[in-house]
Design a protein around this ligand. Structure first.
Ligand SMILES: CCCCC/C=C\C/C=C\C/C=C\C/C=C\C/C=C\CC/C=C/C(=O)SCCNC(=O)CCNC(=O)[C@H](O)C(C)(C)COP(=O)(O)OP(=O)(O)OC[C@H]1O[C@@H](n2cnc3c(N)ncnc32)[C@H](O)[C@@H]1OP(=O)(O)O
Ligand SMILES: Cc1cc2nc3c(=O)[nH]c(=O)nc-3n(C[C@H](O)[C@H](O)[C@H](O)COP(=O)(O)OP(=O)(O)OC[C@H]3O[C@@H](n4cnc5c(N)ncnc54)[C@H](O)[C@@H]3O)c2cc1C
Length: 627
């Protein structure tokens, strides 16, 4: 209810206006919302921030830079930089990606050379491809970067390390000497974020600015390793875990709220010719577009909660020096981020398209969501690269399963029990336990299939790296299958353990079954190819899905209302709670800058000669010239 936090009409703003507005809102929100005694917003504040996150800036500062200080800094470095960053007295970003490299981190070219005489690091981008490119908040806002660069001592390379580098003067905000920095220009989304470029030439930083939790350089240049170097990749794991809730589940829930509410209001066409026009939500085709996406919101939410818990437990173990869970967590977080962002981004576009022409209007709020979700498929690990990382782990586990009983998310790879499906009716295929088993079997077969293909190629003389490259598509499918069985399995467990009313549990169970069946019907080739289902059972799976659409239709609006988004956060003429779609669209359009005047002077200036000639012809004067 604080007018300072009411959303402005962002669609009618320039990019620079949106950048400034996001800065104003974020700093106002932090001043008002966050408890002074510490940075972490809790309770309603965090819920509000997370739901309104789309119009905040400094997300990299908050979601990546600060957590990196905690992960990579020594206690002294945390004590120095955390309070400054938490109170926004320094603004930072995570500068890793370069113009020439984003996925292949061993190819990064920015160099930090140790200068023993002065006990400093000299930071250089040796060529244009080494320039840092993309980091959020870096173009105009950040005055510090957590720079990921190759450490070099006496000509020897030690790999990627994190360095705290100040890039702007804390008083004038001007770039410091040797620093060329700016905004990378317009993008598909994130209009309010100044993703930037950063070219560093002979920038000197103190030895103490090497974040030294995992390794350090002594004054004489001695390099000391202090822990599992793969923890250097730890920030990416954490962000992949965190972004699922904030950047996939939340936006998809908003898109579904808009599309389902609009579909309940929008009347178009007839089902029974003798009756009146129907709400488009009554069309099974529309239900088939929308309701599986609503189900995805819940299942991704449940699976993400489990992953966050796993990451939290792992973090506690790392503090005790036990990093044994890291390979499983890396594979799962990489796979989940890739597969759920792929499903979420595709799902947001499906529900946008289901709103017809008005879904193409920015007034619906949907293009903003769709474009923003597309970025989740690229940042924090490009999806293909992440799926291959997940597959790398699965192939290793499949080999190990031949001699060991596996545990954790890959336990099913060593389950050699009879997994054939005995479903005779579509009701059998709505059973959670049957759906879990089907997904486990499909995943196991997909992993073994990819592994076998590669083994046969290697046996026939193909080098292992070529076999890997040629089977990449099968490996990616195996990663997707693994994640789907994880999402279905964790959701079934989560719902069964949830203490809630029987009616709510029934709805959640139906949504879970709908998610699983939609996945089966969208990938039935795998389920038949791997002997999980017969062709007749595939027909039953389709019947089972259609039956669930019918059962869930009456509750569709109530289910999305339960996401509890305010109109102000949704920013949608189609999804407002009162359903006054047409009045809101007309009001919204009238506010467009184009409608500031009845006659648009610029366009009139160009049209005037033609209009006057047309007038003359119509009024019988002048010749009927050819334009
Ligand atoms: C202020 C108010 C506002 C509101 C605030 C409210 C909330 C904010 C809080 C939270 C918000 C939450 C989220 C917000 C975040 C995002 C939203 C917005 C913007 C997005 C920001 C984006 C940032 C970025 O994109 S940062 C850059 C990301 N880049 C990458 O991910 C690079 C990907 N590439 C790699 O990781 C690596 O190159 C590779 C592909 C893994 C290959 O590495 P390489 O060394 O070559 O390894 P391999 O040879 O393949 O494998 C070797 C070995 O290592 C293991 N491995 C690899 N990676 C990891 C890892 N990460 N962890 C552990 N182990 C790893 C690998 O498995 C292998 O092991 P093996 O040998 O045993 O098999
Ligand atoms: C909105 C946004 C915000 C971002 N924020 C930040 C940030 O704050 N900090 C930061 O450091 N970076 C940031 N990034 C950069 C982001 O991390 C990189 O874009 C991402 O890691 C992908 O790397 P790339 O762009 O080099 O793509 P590439 O790796 O060049 O990908 C191009 C194509 O090559 C394919 N490919 C690449 N490697 C392989 C492989 N081994 N096997 C098969 N196919 C492969 C990919 O699948 C893709 O199809 C951001 C990017 C975006 C879009």
């Amino acid at each position: 209810n604080d007018t300072s936090m009411q959303h402005r009409n962002l669609n009618h703003m320039t990019r620079e206006e949106r950048f400034s507005e996001a800065m104003r809102r974020t700093l106002y929100a932090l001043k008002v919302l966050l408890p002074r005694e510490g940075w972490t917003p809790v309770g309603p504040e965090m819920k509000y921030l997370a739901r309104a996150i789309k119009e905040f800036t400094f997300i990299i500062h908050a979601g990546v830079f600060i957590p990196c200080i905690m992960s990579y800094g020594t206690n002294e470095q945390i004590a120095k930089w955390f309070p400054l960053a938490a109170d926004f007295r320094i603004i930072g970003t995570y500068a890793q990606t370069e113009l020439g490299h984003g996925s292949f981190l061993r190819g990064l070219e920015t160099i930090a050379t140790y200068d023993r005489a002065n006990q400093e690091f000299i930071i250089n981008c040796p060529k244009i491809t080494a320039m840092k490119w993309w980091p959020g908040d870096m173009g105009k806002s950040a005055n510090h970067v957590l720079l990921m660069a190759e450490l070099v001592i006496d000509g020897k390379k030690y790999g990627m390390h994190g360095f705290m580098v100040q890039i702007r003067d804390l008083t004038t905000h001007e770039p410091l000497p040797g620093v060329t920095v700016g905004d990378i220009g317009a993008k598909l989304s994130f209009e309010s974020v100044d993703n930037g470029f950063l070219y560093l030439q002979n920038v000197r930083i103190p030895r103490e600015n090497l974040l030294s939790k995992l390794s350090e350089v002594h004054p004489d240049g001695t390099y000391i390793k202090k822990g599992n170097q793969r923890l250097m990749y730890g920030s990416m794991v954490r962000v992949r875990v965190n972004l699922i809730a904030h950047e996939i589940v939340m936006p998809l829930a908003k898109a579904c709220t808009i599309a389902v509410r609009y579909s309940a209001v929008r009347r178009q066409g007839l089902i029974n010719p003798s009756k009146e026009e129907v709400p488009v939500l009554d069309y099974v085709a529309q239900q088939h577009k929308l309701l599986p996406q609503v189900a995805t919101v819940f299942m991704a939410h449940f699976a993400a909660k489990q992953l966050v818990k796993m990451h939290h437990d792992y973090s506690l173990e790392v503090e005790k020096g036990n990093t044994s869970q890291l390979p499983e967590l890396h594979a799962l977080s990489a796979g989940m981020k890739a597969c759920l962002s792929e499903q979420g981004a595709a799902g947001a576009e499906i529900v946008r398209r289901a709103c017809g022409g008005h879904g193409y209007s920015c007034g619906s709020g949907l293009p903003f969501i769709v474009n923003r979700m597309l970025a989740t498929c690229t940042y924090e690990g490009e999806n293909t690269v992440m799926q291959l990382q997940c597959a790398r782990y699965l192939i290793k586990c499949a080999d190990q399963a031949k001699k060991d009983k596996l545990t954790g998310s890959v336990w099913y790879l060593s389950d050699f029990s009879n997994m054939s499906c005995t479903a005779q009716t579509f009701g059998d295929l709505q059973e959670p336990s049957v759906l879990v088993k089907l997904h486990e079997r499909r995943a196991k077969c997909a992993v073994q299939h990819a592994g076998k293909k590669m083994q046969n190629m290697v046996k026939n003389g193909t080098p292992a790296h070529d076999a890997w490259n040629m089977m990449a598509t099968l490996l990616i499918n195996a990663a997707r299958a693994h994640i789907m069985q994880y999402v279905v399995g964790t959701s079934v467990t989560y719902i069964s353990e949830l203490s809630c009313s029987a009616s709510l549990k029934k709805i959640l169970t139906q949504l879970c079954a709908l998610y699983a069946l939609h996945n089966i019907n969208s990938n039935c080739g795998d389920f038949v190819k791997f002997g999980c289902l017969t062709s007749a059972q595939c027909d039953l799976a389709q019947e089972a899905e259609f039956n669930l659409l019918k059962q869930l239709r009456p509750d569709a609006v109530g289910i999305v209302d339960s996401f509890d988004f305010t109109d102000d956060i949704l920013q949608s003429c189609l999804g407002a709670y009162d359903g006054n779609v047409y009045e809101r669209l007309f009001e919204w359009a009238k506010q467009a800058p184009m409608n500031k005047t009845e006659v648009h002077q610029d366009s009139y200036q160009y049209l005037q000669p033609y209009l006057h000639e047309g007038r003359d012809v119509l009024e019988g004067r002048g010749r009927n010239s050819k334009l």
